[in-house]
Design a protein around this ligand. Structure first.
Ligand SMILES: *Cc1c(COP(=O)(O)O)cnc(C)c1O
Length: 338
């Protein structure tokens, strides 16, 4: 048994999920003939309170599809400096769309300060790129954006004629934390993308949700990017299973992350960052030893963590309370040996 705290992307499809995949009805999705994909897209749209949705291989692709569809060549999108859709997607919007990013530092609560955003909106002038889109992320490094902020950001975007996209890779973690349906969060955005392959436990897949016309345009871009897949109902079935069975249980992941946060806080050798244990992520600096040494020590005990500073420890359906306790014990033993 390996306990893997590197990410919530490491979950493996459960036996009933694999059964649903094996039994899925399929067709050629490029011809829109795959009934399971069609069902998943309908369900996703419904869950986000949008007209339509599009299934894609990854969250990187659904974010890119959103940006390519919201913006054209020479347009600009405003995004967090550490935002996934800027920093962790290889510059795709610039590479494939000639779209200019305008990154801004996140505030400590994971929001973008709207006064700072305003100061970066370019006037309509031939010298400047055209500012078109505001991208937010929820959850952001495990933080849940405040609902009143989302309302303000949405209002702000309307006033400044910006479209809005939410990178909601983990929107269900935010919704479960707030005990509200995800569409209450999604209502503040023109488009939302979310991942099936993080805490929801599916092996592959993300959905982009928005107005029907927008999604049709994004469908075209998906084909251009090579994301048009064929008998992909096998994967969509995993997604449907995840939406049916794995949303409510995210609360367990949050409880396990809260437990881990509490235990690490009680150790003087650990400096736990304030935004730990809100949803399913815990961040901490080691005051003694180093992440390389700790990772190697834990690996021998069947526990995996990413080597980074601060540590980022992520809970998910394949690490239970027992795994958290084993991790804490492992860290204590490592520190005691130094
Ligand atoms: C994981 C993630 C994505 C998408 O990642 P893929 O690995 O391409 O599916 C997008 N945004 C955030 C915030 C993420 O954590």
């Amino acid at each position: 048994m390996v306990y893997d705290f590197r990410s919530d992307t490491v979950t493996k499809p459960s036996a009933p999920m694999r059964k649903a995949m094996a039994e899925a009805e399929v067709g050629d999705d490029v011809y829109r003939d795959d009934p399971t994909v069609n069902l998943l897209e309908e369900r996703a749209a419904e869950l986000m309170g949008k007209e339509a949705a599009l299934f894609a291989p990854s969250g990187t692709q659904t974010n890119l599809l959103a940006i390519l569809t919201h913006c054209g060549r020479g347009d600009e999108y405003i995004v967090g400096q550490d935002g996934h859709s800027y920093k962790y997607e290889g510059g795709g919007a610039a590479i494939f769309g000639s779209i200019v990013p305008q990154p801004i530092e996140f505030e400590p609560d994971g929001t973008l300060d709207l006064a700072k955003v305003k100061s970066k909106i370019k006037p309509n002038d031939i010298h400047f790129a055209r500012t078109k889109l505001l991208c937010l992320e929820n959850t952001n490094w495990g933080r849940v954006l405040p609902m009143d902020y989302l309302a303000q950001a949405s209002e702000f975007a309307k006033i400044h004629h910006l479209s809005t996209h939410l990178d909601g890779a983990r929107i269900f973690n935010a919704a479960v934390k707030l005990k509200i349906p995800a569409l209450k969060i999604a209502q503040y955005f023109d488009t939302v993308s979310f991942c099936l392959s993080k805490g929801l436990g599916a092996p592959v897949g993300s959905l982009l949700c928005g107005k029907r016309e927008f999604i049709e345009e994004a469908r075209r871009w998906r084909k251009v990017l090579g994301g048009g897949m064929r008998q992909v109902g096998i994967l969509a079935a995993a997604g449907l299973y995840a939406l049916d069975h794995n949303i409510g249980r995210l609360e367990e992941d949050h409880m396990n992350a809260a437990l881990l946060t509490e235990r690490l806080k009680s150790m003087p050798e650990m400096e736990v960052l304030p935004y730990s244990g809100i949803t399913n992520m815990v961040f901490a600096y080691l005051r003694k030893g180093n992440p390389e040494g700790l990772a190697a020590f834990l690996k021998d005990r069947g526990i995996l963590i990413t080597v980074r500073n601060p540590l980022r420890l992520v809970t998910h359906m394949d690490v239970d309370r027992k795994a958290v306790v084993a991790l804490v014990e492992g860290i204590k033993e490592y520190l005691a040996k130094l």
